[in-house]
Design a protein around this ligand. Structure first.
Ligand SMILES: Nc1ncnc2c1ncn2[C@@H]1O[C@H](COP(=O)(O)OP(=O)(O)OP(=O)(O)O)[C@@H](O)[C@H]1O
Length: 353
Protein backbone atom coordinates (compact mmCIF):
# COMPACT_ATOMS: atom_id res chain seq x y z
CA UNK A 1 0.00 0.00 0.00
CA UNK A 2 1.18 3.50 -0.73
CA UNK A 3 -0.14 6.80 0.54
CA UNK A 4 0.86 9.15 -2.25
CA UNK A 5 -0.94 12.23 -0.93
CA UNK A 6 -2.53 13.47 2.28
CA UNK A 7 -4.68 16.62 2.44
CA UNK A 8 -5.93 18.20 5.64
CA UNK A 9 -8.23 21.10 6.40
CA UNK A 10 -8.98 22.37 9.93
CA UNK A 11 -7.46 19.22 11.41
CA UNK A 12 -6.16 19.92 14.96
CA UNK A 13 -3.18 22.32 14.67
CA UNK A 14 -2.31 21.36 11.07
CA UNK A 15 -2.20 24.16 8.50
CA UNK A 16 -4.38 23.38 5.44
CA UNK A 17 -2.10 21.57 3.06
CA UNK A 18 -1.56 18.67 0.67
CA UNK A 19 1.57 16.62 1.28
CA UNK A 20 3.03 14.16 -1.17
CA UNK A 21 4.83 11.08 0.11
CA UNK A 22 7.29 8.93 -1.85
CA UNK A 23 7.74 5.18 -1.47
CA UNK A 24 10.21 4.28 1.29
CA UNK A 25 10.68 6.18 4.52
CA UNK A 26 9.52 9.75 5.09
CA UNK A 27 11.08 11.24 8.21
CA UNK A 28 9.20 14.06 9.94
CA UNK A 29 11.16 15.91 12.59
CA UNK A 30 10.54 18.99 14.68
CA UNK A 31 10.08 20.37 18.16
CA UNK A 32 7.48 19.21 20.68
CA UNK A 33 3.97 20.34 19.82
CA UNK A 34 4.82 20.96 16.14
CA UNK A 35 2.03 18.65 14.94
CA UNK A 36 3.94 15.44 14.14
CA UNK A 37 1.54 13.15 16.00
CA UNK A 38 -1.41 15.03 14.52
CA UNK A 39 -0.08 14.34 11.02
CA UNK A 40 0.14 10.59 11.69
CA UNK A 41 -3.27 10.60 13.33
CA UNK A 42 -4.75 12.35 10.27
CA UNK A 43 -3.03 9.85 7.95
CA UNK A 44 -4.33 6.90 10.00
CA UNK A 45 -7.86 8.32 9.98
CA UNK A 46 -7.84 8.97 6.23
CA UNK A 47 -6.37 5.52 5.51
CA UNK A 48 -8.55 3.43 7.83
CA UNK A 49 -11.49 5.64 8.91
CA UNK A 50 -10.46 4.82 12.49
CA UNK A 51 -9.81 7.15 15.41
CA UNK A 52 -9.65 6.46 19.12
CA UNK A 53 -10.52 9.92 20.42
CA UNK A 54 -13.44 10.01 22.82
CA UNK A 55 -15.07 12.96 21.01
CA UNK A 56 -14.60 13.59 17.28
CA UNK A 57 -14.77 17.36 17.99
CA UNK A 58 -11.26 17.06 19.46
CA UNK A 59 -9.96 16.52 15.93
CA UNK A 60 -11.49 19.74 14.62
CA UNK A 61 -9.28 22.81 14.90
CA UNK A 62 -10.39 24.94 17.82
CA UNK A 63 -12.63 27.76 16.57
CA UNK A 64 -13.76 25.73 13.53
CA UNK A 65 -16.88 23.58 13.05
CA UNK A 66 -15.71 21.00 10.56
CA UNK A 67 -12.53 19.27 9.49
CA UNK A 68 -11.52 17.21 6.49
CA UNK A 69 -8.78 14.73 5.63
CA UNK A 70 -8.12 12.98 2.34
CA UNK A 71 -5.79 10.11 1.44
CA UNK A 72 -4.71 9.16 -2.07
CA UNK A 73 -4.13 5.45 -1.60
CA UNK A 74 -2.54 3.05 -4.06
CA UNK A 75 -3.43 -0.59 -3.49
CA UNK A 76 -3.52 -3.57 -5.77
CA UNK A 77 -2.30 -1.44 -8.66
CA UNK A 78 -5.11 1.13 -8.49
CA UNK A 79 -5.59 4.53 -6.89
CA UNK A 80 -8.50 5.40 -4.63
CA UNK A 81 -9.39 8.72 -3.06
CA UNK A 82 -10.55 8.35 0.54
CA UNK A 83 -12.15 11.34 2.24
CA UNK A 84 -13.22 11.82 5.84
CA UNK A 85 -15.37 14.78 6.87
CA UNK A 86 -15.68 15.51 10.59
CA UNK A 87 -18.36 17.58 12.24
CA UNK A 88 -20.01 17.70 15.66
CA UNK A 89 -20.18 14.03 16.73
CA UNK A 90 -20.28 12.69 13.18
CA UNK A 91 -17.91 11.43 10.54
CA UNK A 92 -18.66 11.06 6.88
CA UNK A 93 -16.56 8.79 4.69
CA UNK A 94 -16.28 8.72 0.93
CA UNK A 95 -14.27 6.54 -1.43
CA UNK A 96 -13.93 7.94 -4.95
CA UNK A 97 -16.80 10.33 -4.23
CA UNK A 98 -19.24 7.66 -2.98
CA UNK A 99 -20.47 7.59 0.66
CA UNK A 100 -19.30 4.48 2.52
CA UNK A 101 -19.20 3.08 6.06
CA UNK A 102 -15.97 2.64 8.07
CA UNK A 103 -15.92 -1.10 7.38
CA UNK A 104 -15.89 -0.39 3.65
CA UNK A 105 -12.46 1.28 3.74
CA UNK A 106 -9.50 -1.02 3.04
CA UNK A 107 -8.98 -2.72 6.38
CA UNK A 108 -5.30 -3.52 6.07
CA UNK A 109 -4.09 -0.12 4.93
CA UNK A 110 -2.13 1.14 7.95
CA UNK A 111 -0.48 0.26 11.25
CA UNK A 112 0.29 2.95 13.77
CA UNK A 113 3.03 2.48 16.39
CA UNK A 114 3.06 4.97 19.26
CA UNK A 115 4.98 5.46 22.51
CA UNK A 116 1.73 4.98 24.45
CA UNK A 117 1.43 1.41 23.11
CA UNK A 118 3.10 0.29 26.37
CA UNK A 119 -0.36 0.77 27.87
CA UNK A 120 -1.35 -2.38 25.99
CA UNK A 121 0.88 -4.28 28.38
CA UNK A 122 0.53 -2.33 31.62
CA UNK A 123 -2.97 -0.88 31.22
CA UNK A 124 -6.40 -2.36 31.86
CA UNK A 125 -7.83 -5.58 30.34
CA UNK A 126 -10.18 -3.41 28.27
CA UNK A 127 -7.18 -1.90 26.43
CA UNK A 128 -5.84 -5.36 25.52
CA UNK A 129 -9.31 -6.52 24.55
CA UNK A 130 -9.60 -3.34 22.46
CA UNK A 131 -6.33 -4.18 20.66
CA UNK A 132 -7.56 -7.69 19.89
CA UNK A 133 -11.06 -6.61 18.83
CA UNK A 134 -9.75 -3.78 16.64
CA UNK A 135 -7.33 -6.15 14.92
CA UNK A 136 -9.87 -8.94 14.43
CA UNK A 137 -12.46 -6.45 13.18
CA UNK A 138 -9.97 -5.44 10.52
CA UNK A 139 -9.26 -9.05 9.61
CA UNK A 140 -12.92 -9.95 9.33
CA UNK A 141 -15.94 -7.77 8.51
CA UNK A 142 -18.10 -10.55 9.96
CA UNK A 143 -16.27 -10.29 13.31
CA UNK A 144 -16.77 -6.50 13.37
CA UNK A 145 -20.47 -6.91 12.68
CA UNK A 146 -21.06 -9.66 15.25
CA UNK A 147 -19.04 -7.77 17.87
CA UNK A 148 -21.11 -4.64 17.49
CA UNK A 149 -24.33 -6.71 17.65
CA UNK A 150 -23.01 -8.45 20.74
CA UNK A 151 -22.13 -5.12 22.43
CA UNK A 152 -25.62 -3.77 21.69
CA UNK A 153 -27.18 -6.94 23.09
CA UNK A 154 -25.14 -6.62 26.31
CA UNK A 155 -26.36 -3.02 26.76
CA UNK A 156 -29.97 -4.01 26.16
CA UNK A 157 -29.67 -7.02 28.46
CA UNK A 158 -28.13 -4.79 31.15
CA UNK A 159 -31.12 -2.43 30.89
CA UNK A 160 -33.46 -5.43 31.27
CA UNK A 161 -31.45 -6.64 34.29
CA UNK A 162 -31.67 -3.22 35.92
CA UNK A 163 -35.42 -3.17 35.30
CA UNK A 164 -35.62 -6.60 37.00
CA UNK A 165 -37.13 -8.21 33.88
CA UNK A 166 -36.29 -11.77 34.88
CA UNK A 167 -39.02 -13.09 32.54
CA UNK A 168 -37.27 -11.61 29.46
CA UNK A 169 -33.84 -13.05 30.21
CA UNK A 170 -34.15 -16.24 28.20
CA UNK A 171 -34.57 -14.13 25.02
CA UNK A 172 -31.49 -12.02 25.75
CA UNK A 173 -29.50 -15.07 26.81
CA UNK A 174 -30.24 -16.83 23.56
CA UNK A 175 -29.04 -13.86 21.48
CA UNK A 176 -25.98 -13.40 23.70
CA UNK A 177 -24.93 -17.06 23.53
CA UNK A 178 -25.25 -17.14 19.74
CA UNK A 179 -23.19 -13.97 19.17
CA UNK A 180 -20.77 -14.51 22.06
CA UNK A 181 -19.95 -18.07 21.00
CA UNK A 182 -19.04 -16.91 17.50
CA UNK A 183 -16.82 -14.19 18.97
CA UNK A 184 -15.03 -16.59 21.33
CA UNK A 185 -14.41 -19.14 18.57
CA UNK A 186 -13.07 -16.48 16.22
CA UNK A 187 -10.76 -15.10 18.92
CA UNK A 188 -9.41 -18.56 19.70
CA UNK A 189 -8.64 -19.25 16.03
CA UNK A 190 -6.96 -15.88 15.41
CA UNK A 191 -4.97 -16.08 18.63
CA UNK A 192 -3.03 -19.12 17.47
CA UNK A 193 -1.41 -17.12 14.65
CA UNK A 194 -1.13 -13.90 16.67
CA UNK A 195 0.65 -15.83 19.43
CA UNK A 196 3.21 -17.25 16.96
CA UNK A 197 3.86 -13.91 15.27
CA UNK A 198 4.19 -12.02 18.57
CA UNK A 199 6.58 -14.60 19.98
CA UNK A 200 8.76 -14.38 16.87
CA UNK A 201 8.75 -10.57 16.98
CA UNK A 202 9.58 -10.51 20.70
CA UNK A 203 12.55 -12.80 20.04
CA UNK A 204 13.61 -10.68 17.04
CA UNK A 205 13.63 -7.70 19.42
CA UNK A 206 16.32 -9.50 21.41
CA UNK A 207 14.19 -10.55 24.37
CA UNK A 208 15.52 -13.68 26.05
CA UNK A 209 12.13 -14.38 27.63
CA UNK A 210 9.45 -16.18 25.65
CA UNK A 211 6.22 -14.28 25.05
CA UNK A 212 2.94 -16.17 25.14
CA UNK A 213 -0.53 -14.85 24.33
CA UNK A 214 -3.61 -16.51 25.78
CA UNK A 215 -7.20 -15.57 26.39
CA UNK A 216 -8.52 -15.53 29.92
CA UNK A 217 -12.16 -16.26 29.30
CA UNK A 218 -15.00 -15.60 31.73
CA UNK A 219 -16.86 -18.46 30.08
CA UNK A 220 -16.40 -20.89 27.16
CA UNK A 221 -18.38 -21.62 23.98
CA UNK A 222 -19.28 -25.00 25.48
CA UNK A 223 -20.59 -23.68 28.81
CA UNK A 224 -21.86 -20.16 27.99
CA UNK A 225 -25.60 -20.86 28.26
CA UNK A 226 -25.09 -22.79 31.50
CA UNK A 227 -22.81 -20.10 33.02
CA UNK A 228 -25.34 -17.35 32.25
CA UNK A 229 -28.14 -19.30 33.89
CA UNK A 230 -25.96 -20.06 36.92
CA UNK A 231 -25.20 -16.37 37.50
CA UNK A 232 -28.67 -15.02 36.72
CA UNK A 233 -29.48 -14.06 40.33
CA UNK A 234 -26.12 -12.30 40.77
CA UNK A 235 -26.51 -10.44 37.45
CA UNK A 236 -30.03 -9.29 38.39
CA UNK A 237 -28.71 -8.02 41.73
CA UNK A 238 -25.83 -6.16 40.03
CA UNK A 239 -27.82 -4.99 37.02
CA UNK A 240 -24.96 -6.02 34.74
CA UNK A 241 -23.91 -8.89 32.48
CA UNK A 242 -20.73 -10.30 34.01
CA UNK A 243 -20.36 -13.41 31.86
CA UNK A 244 -19.15 -13.31 28.27
CA UNK A 245 -16.38 -12.26 25.90
CA UNK A 246 -16.79 -8.57 26.82
CA UNK A 247 -15.12 -9.51 30.13
CA UNK A 248 -12.20 -11.48 28.70
CA UNK A 249 -8.56 -10.43 28.87
CA UNK A 250 -5.63 -11.06 26.58
CA UNK A 251 -3.07 -12.54 28.95
CA UNK A 252 0.51 -11.69 28.00
CA UNK A 253 3.02 -13.99 29.68
CA UNK A 254 6.70 -13.14 29.51
CA UNK A 255 8.89 -15.99 30.66
CA UNK A 256 6.97 -17.47 33.57
CA UNK A 257 5.02 -14.40 34.67
CA UNK A 258 2.17 -12.12 33.54
CA UNK A 259 3.80 -9.16 31.76
CA UNK A 260 1.38 -6.58 33.20
CA UNK A 261 2.47 -7.40 36.77
CA UNK A 262 6.10 -8.43 36.44
CA UNK A 263 7.68 -7.01 33.25
CA UNK A 264 10.12 -4.13 33.49
CA UNK A 265 9.20 -0.96 31.59
CA UNK A 266 11.65 -1.86 28.83
CA UNK A 267 10.44 -5.46 28.56
CA UNK A 268 6.87 -4.16 28.38
CA UNK A 269 7.80 -1.78 25.60
CA UNK A 270 9.39 -4.67 23.69
CA UNK A 271 6.20 -6.72 24.10
CA UNK A 272 4.10 -3.79 22.83
CA UNK A 273 6.32 -3.47 19.75
CA UNK A 274 6.05 -7.22 19.19
CA UNK A 275 2.23 -6.93 19.26
CA UNK A 276 2.34 -4.15 16.67
CA UNK A 277 4.68 -6.06 14.38
CA UNK A 278 2.39 -9.09 14.68
CA UNK A 279 -0.53 -6.83 13.71
CA UNK A 280 1.39 -5.67 10.64
CA UNK A 281 2.25 -9.23 9.61
CA UNK A 282 -1.30 -10.51 10.10
CA UNK A 283 -2.80 -7.68 8.02
CA UNK A 284 -0.20 -8.25 5.30
CA UNK A 285 -0.95 -12.00 5.27
CA UNK A 286 -4.68 -11.41 5.08
CA UNK A 287 -4.74 -8.65 2.45
CA UNK A 288 -1.65 -9.62 0.43
CA UNK A 289 -0.01 -6.18 0.71
CA UNK A 290 2.04 -4.63 3.48
CA UNK A 291 0.28 -1.73 5.24
CA UNK A 292 1.59 1.83 5.36
CA UNK A 293 3.55 2.00 8.62
CA UNK A 294 3.18 5.08 10.83
CA UNK A 295 5.75 5.33 13.62
CA UNK A 296 5.23 8.10 16.12
CA UNK A 297 8.33 9.44 17.84
CA UNK A 298 11.09 6.90 17.22
CA UNK A 299 13.30 9.24 19.30
CA UNK A 300 11.23 8.40 22.40
CA UNK A 301 12.77 4.95 22.06
CA UNK A 302 16.01 5.30 24.01
CA UNK A 303 17.02 1.65 23.88
CA UNK A 304 19.33 1.22 20.83
CA UNK A 305 18.04 -2.29 20.03
CA UNK A 306 14.41 -1.22 19.98
CA UNK A 307 15.24 1.95 18.06
CA UNK A 308 16.99 0.04 15.30
CA UNK A 309 14.16 -2.54 15.28
CA UNK A 310 11.74 0.33 14.57
CA UNK A 311 13.91 1.81 11.83
CA UNK A 312 14.50 -1.63 10.26
CA UNK A 313 10.76 -2.28 10.34
CA UNK A 314 10.16 1.06 8.61
CA UNK A 315 12.69 0.11 5.93
CA UNK A 316 11.03 -3.31 5.44
CA UNK A 317 7.64 -2.01 4.26
CA UNK A 318 6.86 -0.28 0.95
CA UNK A 319 6.18 2.96 2.81
CA UNK A 320 6.61 4.35 6.31
CA UNK A 321 6.22 7.77 7.90
CA UNK A 322 8.46 8.12 10.93
CA UNK A 323 8.31 11.09 13.30
CA UNK A 324 10.78 12.21 15.93
CA UNK A 325 12.58 15.17 17.40
CA UNK A 326 15.58 14.11 15.25
CA UNK A 327 15.80 13.19 11.58
CA UNK A 328 15.14 9.53 10.77
CA UNK A 329 18.26 8.09 9.11
CA UNK A 330 18.01 6.83 5.53
CA UNK A 331 14.78 8.66 4.72
CA UNK A 332 13.72 9.13 1.08
CA UNK A 333 12.09 12.42 2.13
CA UNK A 334 12.61 14.53 5.24
CA UNK A 335 10.01 17.03 6.36
CA UNK A 336 10.66 19.66 9.01
CA UNK A 337 7.59 20.18 11.22
CA UNK A 338 6.93 23.58 12.71
CA UNK A 339 3.64 25.01 14.03
CA UNK A 340 1.48 22.60 12.03
CA UNK A 341 3.42 23.05 8.75
CA UNK A 342 5.71 20.56 7.04
CA UNK A 343 8.54 21.73 4.80
CA UNK A 344 10.79 19.42 2.75
CA UNK A 345 14.42 19.54 3.84
CA UNK A 346 17.08 19.20 1.21
CA UNK A 347 19.48 16.33 1.55
CA UNK A 348 22.76 18.17 2.25
CA UNK A 349 24.84 15.44 0.55
CA UNK A 350 22.72 15.77 -2.60
CA UNK A 351 23.21 19.55 -2.87
CA UNK A 352 26.95 19.12 -2.31
CA UNK A 353 27.20 20.81 1.13
N1 LIG B 1 -8.33 20.55 18.03
C1 LIG B 1 -7.18 21.22 18.09
N2 LIG B 1 -7.11 22.50 17.62
C2 LIG B 1 -5.95 23.19 17.65
N3 LIG B 1 -4.80 22.67 18.15
C3 LIG B 1 -4.81 21.44 18.63
C4 LIG B 1 -6.00 20.63 18.63
N4 LIG B 1 -5.71 19.44 19.18
C5 LIG B 1 -4.39 19.48 19.53
N5 LIG B 1 -3.85 20.66 19.19
C6 LIG B 1 -2.47 21.11 19.37
O1 LIG B 1 -1.62 20.43 18.46
C7 LIG B 1 -0.28 20.61 18.93
C8 LIG B 1 0.60 19.57 18.31
O2 LIG B 1 0.41 18.32 18.90
P1 LIG B 1 1.21 17.00 18.44
O3 LIG B 1 0.86 15.99 19.46
O4 LIG B 1 0.93 16.68 17.03
O5 LIG B 1 2.71 17.48 18.58
P2 LIG B 1 4.05 16.66 18.30
O6 LIG B 1 4.80 17.38 17.24
O7 LIG B 1 3.75 15.22 18.08
O8 LIG B 1 4.81 16.87 19.66
P3 LIG B 1 5.67 15.86 20.57
O9 LIG B 1 7.05 15.83 19.95
O10 LIG B 1 5.64 16.55 21.89
O11 LIG B 1 4.98 14.54 20.59
C9 LIG B 1 -0.38 20.64 20.43
O12 LIG B 1 0.25 21.81 20.88
C10 LIG B 1 -1.88 20.71 20.71
O13 LIG B 1 -2.21 21.68 21.66
Amino acid sequence: MLLSGLSTLNYRNLAPDTLEFPAGVTGVFGENGAGKTNLLEAAYLALTGLSDVTRLEQLVQSGEKEAYVRADLHQGGSLSIQEVGLGRGRRQLKVDGVRVRTGDLPRGSAVWIRPEDSELVFGSPSGRRGYLDALLSRLSARYAEQLSRYDRTVSQRNAALRAGEDWAMHVWDEALVKLGTEIMLFRRRALTRLDDLSREANAALGSRKTLRLELTESTTPETYAHDLAARRAEELARGATVTGPHRDDLLLTLGDFPANEYASRGEGRTVALALRRAELELLAEKFGERPVLLIDDFTAELDPGRRSFLLDLAASVPQAIVTGTERAPGAALTLRAHAGRFTPELDMAEVGV
